[in-house]
Design a protein around this ligand. Structure first.
Ligand code: NCD
Ligand code: ZN
Length: 351
C-alpha cells in the first residue's frame, strides 16, 4: 500500500536558496516556485546585492521568470560588507521583502570576496540590525586556510559566533546550512534568538559521498559534507521537532563545466526535488509527522512572518531525476541524484 501513501502539509518555504541571474536563473526559479510558497534568496551575485535598490531590481528579475499569476514570494537578503552602514540597515528594515543580511566571512565560499573581513569591524551595523529585528544569516565558517576544512564551522562558532551572541543577545542569528554536531549543540544551548537551516543533502550524505567510486564534483559544496556522526546529529535535530531548526536547501546551481574542472565550484543543485528529498529523509527517520514543523512552520515563526495558508501534498510515487537540466545554448546543470529514482513526488498544491 505504500505507493498510495500521501502527506499533506502547510505550504513549505525554502529559507536558503541561490537563484543566480540570466539564463540559469530562468531555469531554476520554476523548480523552487513549484514547491515552496516563499524562498530566502541569497545575495552572493557578482557584484553582490548590497543595496535596497539592487534587491528590488533582482526580485523583479526573479518574478519575471514566472507566469504573471504565479503565487511565489521571494524574500531578499542583503550582502554585508566591511562598508555597510547603519543608515543602509535602517533603509533595509523599512523595505518590503527584505528580511535579513547575509554574513559571508571574506573568502569563505562562492562570491564571498567582498564579504566581511572582521566581525568586530561591523558591530554598530549588527547592533542596528538587532534594533530593527533584521535577521543575521551566517555562513558560519572561518576562511583561514590554515584551519582544516572539516573544522571551519566548529572554529567559527567557538571563536566568532558564540562571542557575538553574548555581545548582542537580541540579534536574531541563523547558522545557515549547519553541518556539524558542534553547530547543532550551539543552537540548542543558545536561547530562542538563534536558529539553523539544514539542507537535504547534509541530512542524506556524509563525506564518503564525495569519493564514492571516484572523485565526485557534484557532491562538493560548502560547508563540505562531514563525517557520519555529524550527519546523525543533524538528523536528530531535524526530527526532534525543535523550533530552532528548519529547511533551507542551499540549492546552488553551477554549470557542469564550472564544477567539472580544476578549482571546480562548490554547490549542489537540489531545487528540482527539494521537498521530495526532505520527505524521504523524514520517512527514513520515522518522523513524517515532524516534517511540517521543519519545512512549513519553524522558519516563518523565527522570522516573525505569517505561516502559509496553502497546502502541499506529497505522494509516495517514484520518478527519476533527469541526468541533467540543459539551458541556454550549451549549458547544463547536473542535479542532486541525477538519473536516480526519487521515492516521493509532488501530488498537488492548494494555495
Ligand atoms: C554556494 C554558492 O554556490 O553560491 N555554494 C555552496 O557550496 N553552498 C555558496 C554557499 O552557500 O556557501
Ligand atoms: Zn548558500
Amino acid at each position: 500500500m505504500s505507493e498510495n501513501l500521501t502527506l499533506t502539509i502547510a505550504q513549505p518555504d525554502d529559507w536558503h536558496v541561490h537563484f543566480r541571474q540570466g539564463a540559469i536563473m530562468a531555469q531554476v526559479v520554476p523548480h523552487t516556485a513549484a514547491r515552496f510558497a516563499r524562498a530566502m534568496v541569497m545575495p552572493n551575485l557578482s557584484p553582490p546585492i548590497v543595496t535596497v535598490a539592487q534587491a528590488r531590481n533582482y526580485r523583479a528579475e526573479i518574478m519575471a521568470t514566472l507566469p504573471a499569476d504565479a503565487k511565489f514570494n521571494p524574500l531578499m537578503s542583503l550582502y554585508l560588507t566591511d562598508h555597510t552602514t547603519r543608515q543602509q540597515v535602517t533603509e533595509a528594515a523599512a523595505a518590503q521583502h527584505i528580511v535579513g543580511y547575509k554574513l559571508y566571512p571574506a573568502a569563505s565560499t562562492t562570491n564571498s570576496a567582498r564579504g566581511v573581513t572582521r566581525v568586530s569591524n561591523i558591530m554598530p551595523v549588527l547592533e542596528g540590525m538587532a534594533e530593527h529585528r533584521l535577521v543575521l544569516q551566517v555562513h558560519a565558517e572561518v576562511s583561514d586556510p590554515e584551519v582544516d576544512i572539516f573544522d571551519r564551522e566548529a572554529v567559527f562558532i567557538e571563536q566568532i559566533l558564540a562571542p557575538l551572541h553574548r555581545e548582542i543577545p537580541d540579534l536574531k542569528i541563523i547558522v545557515e546550512h549547519v553541518t556539524t554536531a558542534q553547530g547543532v549543540q550551539f543552537v540548542q544551548q543558545t536561547g530562542d534568538q538563534v536558529a539553523a537551516t539544514i539542507t537535504a543533502h547534509h541530512l542524506m550524505f556524509n563525506r564518503n559521498e564525495m569519493f564514492r567510486g571516484g572523485l565526485r564534483p557534484h557532491a562538493y559544496c560548502l560547508p563540505v559534507l562531514k563525517r557520519e556522526s555529524h550527519r546523525l546529529a543533524l538528523r536528530k535535530a531535524a526530527a526532534s521537532g525543535s523550533r530552532a531548526f528548519f529547511a533551507g536547501t542551499d540549492s546552488a546551481p553551477h554549470t557542469r563545466q564550472s564544477k567539472q574542472r580544476d578549482y571546480g565550484c562548490a554547490g549542489i543543485y537540489s531545487a528540482h526535488a527539494a521537498m521530495e528529498l526532505y520527505v524521504e529523509v523524514f520517512e527514513s527517520m520515522q518522523a513524517l509527522e515532524k516534517l511540517e514543523g521543519f519545512a512549513s512552520h519553524h522558519g516563518a515563526d523565527f522570522y516573525g512572518l505569517a505561516r502559509n495558508a496553502g497546502k502541499l501534498t506529497l505522494q509516495k510515487k517514484p520518478w527519476r531525476a533527469p541526468p541533467s537540466y540543459r539551458f541556454g545554448r550549451q549549458h547544463e546543470i547536473i542535479p542532486l541524484c541525477a538519473g536516480q529514482p526519487i521515492a516521493w513526488s509532488i501530488a498537488g498544491r492548494d494555495c
